[in-house]
Ligand binder design. Structure first.
Ligand code: AMP
Length: 284
């Protein structure tokens, strides 16, 4: 049976009991509306740790768009029925008050090394401050050995890795591959808001990223970005950005030889939904 815990004090007691037994703890933070992508993180945590805690918390401080927050799907019962067969130990489902007892600006001033100024950060002001704030708070509550996050939110895990190192938090970040729908669309809780037709066509995003990867050594970055923008400017799709960046610093690259870790990142609007994806072009 999964235990659904709402109180921080109850989590503290569970952690205390498990630490006494010498158990390792894996933690998967989510905003719920779970899909196979989330479940891949949960499965990895269960495999690698004695106890796995999954949090389901729609964090208001990371939404710069109040309509997006209001529309964010909340499906706790369905989420629990997906987690049940995996034998997850604990689901932490706190209230906003439980996470931010001193108000939701408490703990939001975190140094992100400027990594929050690029891409998502440029289009969603304040988003990563909110993400870092909630992840720091959750790590403080759970104190896990390992934290599981998805490659899908590339900038997010890069920023969290920076924060963990900078604040010397004793947790190892484990990054898990992007899980995709059969047409290549990266799974996301927001995909349910796409029309059936748009969802079927949205494989174009990954297709475009793969075409960029294929041509990275023969075409200039400028041309590849222009190609990507053109490919994705096709109703109902409207690209917000498509950028090739250094995977550590997140700075835009002009030439592929400027970095040995290059990644193409994209954000596209469709049916009023913002979709993001990325592909590693070069690493190592
Ligand atoms: P969210 O509920 O959207 O905040 O996501 C919770 C975690 O699941 C984050 O670390 C995401 O990067 C990860 N995640 C979301 N979608 C996918 C996916 N398609 N494949 C792998 N991980 C994912």
């Amino acid at each position: 049976m999964i235990a659904v815990v709402e109180k921080t004090s109850d989590i503290a007691a569970i952690i205390h009991r498990n630490r006494k037994k010498g158990n390792t703890i894996g933690f998967v933070p989510t905003m719920g509306a779970l899909h196979t992508g989330h479940l891949s993180l949960v499965k990895k945590s269960i495999k690698e740790n004695d106890l796995t805690i999954v949090s389901i918390f729609v964090n208001p401080t990371q939404f710069n768009n109040k309509i997006d927050l209001a529309k964010y799907p909340r499906t706790l019962e369905a989420d629990l029925s997906l987690l049940m067969p995996l034998k997850v130990d604990i689901v932490f489902n706190p209230s906003v008050q439980e996470i931010y007892p001193l108000g939701d600006t408490e703990g939001s001033d975190i140094d992100l090394g400027g990594l929050d100024t690029y891409m998502e950060g440029a289009f969603r002001p304040g988003h990563f401050k909110g993400v870092a704030q909630v992840v720091r708070r959750l790590l403080e509550i759970v104190g896990p050995d390992r934290l599981y996050m998805g490659q899908k939110d590339f900038q997010q895990f890069t920023i969290i890795q920076f924060m963990i190192r900078n604040l010397k938090i004793n947790t190892t970040l484990v990054v898990c591959p992007i899980i995709r729908e059969t047409n290549g669309l990266a799974m996301s809780s927001r995909n349910v808001r796409l029309s059936e037709e748009t969802r079927a066509k949205a494989g174009i995003i990954y297709k475009t990223l793969k075409a960029i990867r294929k041509n990275i050594l023969v075409k200039s970055i400028k041309d590849l970005e222009a190609y990507g923008l053109k490919k994705l400017t096709n109703a109902p799709f409207e690209p917000e950005y498509i950028t090739i960046v250094d995977g550590n610093r997140l700075t835009p690259l002009k030439d592929i030889n400027e970095s040995n870790y290059a990644i193409a990142c994209v954000a596209v609007w469709a049916d009023g939904v913002r979709l993001i994806d990325n592909i590693v072009l070069k690493k190592g």
